[in-house]
Design a binder for this molecule. Structure first.
Ligand code: ADP
Ligand code: MG
Length: 227
């Protein structure tokens, strides 16, 4: 629990930052991007400079958009949903990227999984983040296994995502969920931070275990009863 508290402290700071700064930056950014595009499409302009500028602007935009997810939680509407249906729609979304990387995604779920109270789009965001991380950790392809189980004794669901990726060194596990912690050239280090925040807003828990060069397991626990 100490670990969880530490993480949620950081989240609220980042949340305030996101609310204040993100909106301020996004509008001028959109304007600049439009003009750069306009100039690039004019004859004689220096193509490569504009290409670099545009890709840097894209990157800022991506970070801002991820931050905006954090600024929104006031407006959440919890609804009763079937997690298996939700996961199926997520798999459809990331499947193209998976196939391109020679990765199969398998989903196993028991028949009568109870419904959960959730903000559907936010939960989708979580599982997209988790699946993308798994895909990005498997450059040589493989299988990602998703399983959904109902844990009757604690009235929770467990969604387990098991990948066959490069894994995470044990000493780095505590860093997961810290803003901007990334090992990727084009990573933002925001995906897991946002995921931890969303899952905690659902009164759930997310646990990551990993073995180097074997793979990573992410367990997401969600209550089936309104707390
Ligand atoms: P990003 O994907 O932009 O780097 P995330 O917050 O999603 O940011 O992930 C942070 C870091 O955690 C990643 O850069 C990676 O080092 C590590 N990570 C997360 N999920 C996995 C995974 N399934 N396999 C290996 N490493 C992972
Ligand atoms: Mg990620």
């Amino acid at each position: 629990t100490e670990e969880l508290l530490r993480k949620s402290d950081k989240l609220s700071v980042v949340g305030q930052l996101a609310a204040g700064v993100a909106h301020e930056i996004r509008n001028p950014l959109t304007a600049i991007k439009g003009f750069v595009q306009l100039i690039r499409d004019t004859k004689g302009a220096k193509d490569e400079y504009f290409t670099i500028m545009l890709s840097e602007l894209d990157r800022i935009e991506l970070i801002i958009n991820e931050f905006l997810v954090l600024a929104k939680p006031q407006a959440v509407h919890f609804q009763e949903k079937n997690i298996v249906t939700l996961l199926q729609s997520i798999i459809a979304l990331v499947e193209t990227q998976a196939i391109l990387n020679n990765i199969q995604i398998e989903l196993t779920a028991a028949q009568d999984i109870p419904l959960i109270q959730c903000e559907e789009n936010q939960l989708k965001q979580v599982f997209i983040n988790i699946l993308k991380n798994s895909i990005e950790a498997m450059p040589n392809g493989g299988v990602i296994r998703l399983g959904v189980e109902y844990l009757a004794s604690s009235e929770r669901l467990r969604v387990r995502v098991v990948d066959e990726g490069q894994g995470i060194p044990e000493e780095r596990i505590p860093k997961l969920g810290e803003p901007f912690y990334t090992t990727k050239e084009k990573g933002t280090g925001l995906g897991l931070m946002i995921s931890y925040k969303i899952i905690s807003e659902h009164h759930g828990k997310m646990v990551v275990r990993s073995t180097l060069n074997v793979g990573t397991t992410v367990d997401v626990y969600l209550p089936t009863q309104t707390p």
